[in-house]
Ligand binder design. Structure first.
Ligand code: NAD
Length: 475
């Protein structure tokens, strides 16, 4: 073997071992996670309804809920008959059908509701559901206005035993949970920056007769929608909050309606910087004119979160399926080695050569959501784990989650209703996420830096509160 090949092989092995060690370290962190409360009535079948089974709702019904034995769909409600009929078909027409959600909510047999109406209706439907004694799963973004932030907190205080879960499915992804464990165990050093993007090349427009324009294309208009911030960024700012265990203290940004000038009034491209109390920054971009991602391993939307730490980076996406990579910063190791050699008076490698060498090492390690802690398993299992990790690294196999995060979030909600456990994506997660959406839009509208503490003063007039309940912010 030529000298350079030997060196390359050694680097490969060293990086592989380092990556595998980091992966093993994180597996240990996973196994020592918080105890799951013993389920009392976990097998209880929960009777539920869905309000607004349009595009999202029907996906949740068809792909996931219909297959769950611990839930029974007893009622469906939609103002649009075609969508109501399509949803009924999923259950062979068995659920009761409504066009007025207030009537549906009078059915005392319904314990929980899934709310999948457009954003501007989340709060009124949620309010009616909570007041009717139902547990609530509501799609993101949880609420639309500052008034609703305070209003929902007050409602929760008045109905503390009813569960409120928000549809932020990344919180239920084993891949994301594992990435979080990796980061918490120090695999990429201290996290200083996060970059996230959701780039598409599409106009978001649905074909609609004039009388249905607002109803079908609600996403395109500010009176119903939070635009790209609510529809896409909400998922990713939540990932940043979760990874950093903090909430932003300020946001600034630039938004424009520069390409899809078809009568809509939401931005079609947004660029934002969120600042966290620890000094970390989330740099965010969403555009609708190009979906390219440099080095993308899988097809699909240009959607990704990159977490940058002092010793490496982690890249994550759920679109079109879960994919996570850990990139140890080999350049940093090499430079440290070089500095040491220099101290010893033996610096033979020029900076430029180091760059060339290390660039070849940058292919990273796929993150296995199903990884085991090598120190806790049998010899055979350990060998299988390392073999699988090697195969993932070589691109021969792709690590996969055994449960779809959407299935997991819905199944978990029904179980939490049965047991009274607090959801991972609870009301606090949902409200903090909604505040980020609102304030990001405000920062772009008013072309200024918006402080998250401002939410406490916003939207307080005319809201009946049991207490002033702005979500706790990081500053
Ligand atoms: N978590 C995710 O990844 C994800 C993905 C897509 C959408 N969503 C969210 O899901 C929600 C719905 O989005 P969508 O694309 O399904 O919208 P949609 O327009 O396809 O569906 C909304 C449905 O609500 C119905 N509706 C409207 N007003 C109603 C009322 N008063 N009573 C009963 N039904 C009513 C509509 O007729 C329609 O069938 C949004 O908040 C969106 O952000 C989340």
């Amino acid at each position: 073997m030529a000298e350079s090949e030997t060196k390359q092989a050694q680097m490969d092995r060293r990086d592989f071992t380092k990556g595998a060690a980091a992966l093993g370290m994180a597996a240990a962190a996973v196994s020592s996670g918080p105890l799951v409360r013993k389920a009392k009535g976990a097998d209880q079948v929960i009777k539920y309804a869905m309000i607004g089974p349009g595009s999202r709702g029907r996906r949740l019904l068809e792909r996931h809920l219909v297959h769950m034995e611990h839930g029974e769909c007893v009622a469906l409600c939609d103002i649009y008959q075609k969508n109501l009929d399509r949803a009924l078909k999923v259950f062979d027409g068995k659920p009761a059908a409504y066009t007025d959600y207030n009537e549906l909510l009078q059915d005392d047999s319904i314990e929980a509701v899934f709310i999948t109406v457009p954003l501007f209706l989340h709060y009124p439907v949620m309010k009616a559901a909570l007041e009717a004694g139902k547990h609530v799963f509501c799609e993101k973004s949880l609420v639309f206005t500052p008034e609703e932030v305070h209003g929902l907190r007050a409602l929760h205080e008045a109905h503390p035993d009813q569960i409120i879960q928000v549809g932020l499915q990344r919180r239920y992804s084993k891949l994301y949970q594992r990435a979080k464990d990796l980061i918490d165990s120090g695999a990429i050093g201290e996290v200083t920056h996060i970059q996230a993007q959701w780039h598409r090349n599409t106009n978001w427009r649905r074909k609609a007769a004039a009388e249905f324009e607002d109803q079908f294309n609600w996403r395109l208009y500010r009176k119903y929608s939070g635009g790209l911030c609510a529809e896409l960024m909400s998922h990713q700012v939540d990932v940043a909050d979760w990874i950093l265990d903090q909430h932003p203290k300020s946001v600034m940004g630039v938004g424009g309606l520069d390409y899809w000038k078809d009568g809509r009034d939401i931005y079609d491209n947004i660029q934002l910087v969120f600042e966290y109390p620890g000094g970390q920054k989330l740099q965010y971009s969403s555009i609708m004119t190009n979906r390219h991602i440099a080095g993308r391993r899988v097809p699909g939307d240009g959607c990704r979160e990159t977490i940058l730490g002092t010793d490496g980076a982690i890249e994550l996406t759920l679109i079109p399926y879960g994919d996570g990579m850990l990139y140890p910063d080999v350049m940093k190791v090499k430079m440290e080695d070089q500095a040491k050699q220099k101290d010893e008076g033996e610096n033979w490698v020029a900076g430029a050569t180091v760059g060339m060498d290390t660039a070849e090492q940058g292919d990273g390690f796929p993150i296995d959501p199903e990884a085991v802690d090598p120190s806790q398993v049998s010899f055979i299992e350990k060998e299988i784990f390392f073999a699988k990790t090697w195969a993932y690294h070589k691109g021969i196999l792709r690590p996969e989650e055994d449960v779809d995060p959407e299935y997991a979030e819905l199944s978990s909600f029904l179980k939490d209703v049965a047991t009274g456990a607090r959801p991972r994506a609870d009301i606090d997660v949902g409200l903090q996420d909604s505040v980020a959406v609102m304030l990001a839009n405000l920062a772009m509208d008013e072309q200024r830096k918006v402080h998250f503490a401002e939410i406490e003063q916003m939207g307080q007039e005319g809201v009946e509160l049991t207490s002033v309940g702005a979500p706790s912010r990081g500053d």
